[in-house]
Design a protein around this ligand. Structure first.
Ligand SMILES: [Zn+2]
Length: 106
C-alpha cells in the first residue's frame, strides 16, 4: 500500500497517509488531521535503493515511487523497461551505456 508523508502548511503538522491504491490517492481529498486545513505539502521520502544491478521488478511500490519521484529519467525509463518485461534486444545489452569506466586498458 503506498503511503505518503504530508506536512500541513497551516500548522506544520506532519502526518502519514496510506492509500489502498494509487487511484485512490489521485481522488483523495486530504485534510490536516490537526486543523482540517487542505493546504498540505507532500513530503518526498527517499528510499535507499542500491545503485548497482537494480532489479526494479523486485522493488516495493514505495521504492518504485521513490524512483519515479527522484525525477531521474534514466532510472525511471529503466524501471519501466524492466517492469513491463521488455527484453526487446539481447538480454545482455544495457539500455544506455554507463560512462563509469573508460574503455581504455592501454
Ligand atoms: Zn494543520
Amino acid at each position: 500500500m503506498p503511503e505518503y508523508d504530508f506536512r500541513c502548511d497551516a500548522c506544520q503538522h506532519r502526518f502519514s497517509q496510506g492509500f489502498k491504491t494509487y487511484a485512490l490517492y489521485d481522488a483523495a481529498c486530504l485534510r490536516c488531521p490537526a486543523c482540517q486545513s487542505k493546504e498540505l505539502t507532500r513530503l518526498i521520502s527517499q528510499v535507499a535503493i542500491p545503485k548497482t544491478n537494480r532489479d526494479y521488478r523486485r522493488l516495493s511500490s514505495r521504492e518504485m515511487l521513490s524512483v519515479l519521484e527522484s525525477g531521474e529519467g534514466r532510472q525511471v525509463d529503466e524501471m519501466f523497461r524492466q517492469v513491463s518485461g521488455g527484453q526487446s534486444d539481447s538480454r545482455a545489452a544495457p539500455a544506455s551505456p554507463d560512462p563509469i569506466e573508460p574503455a581504455d586498458s592501454a
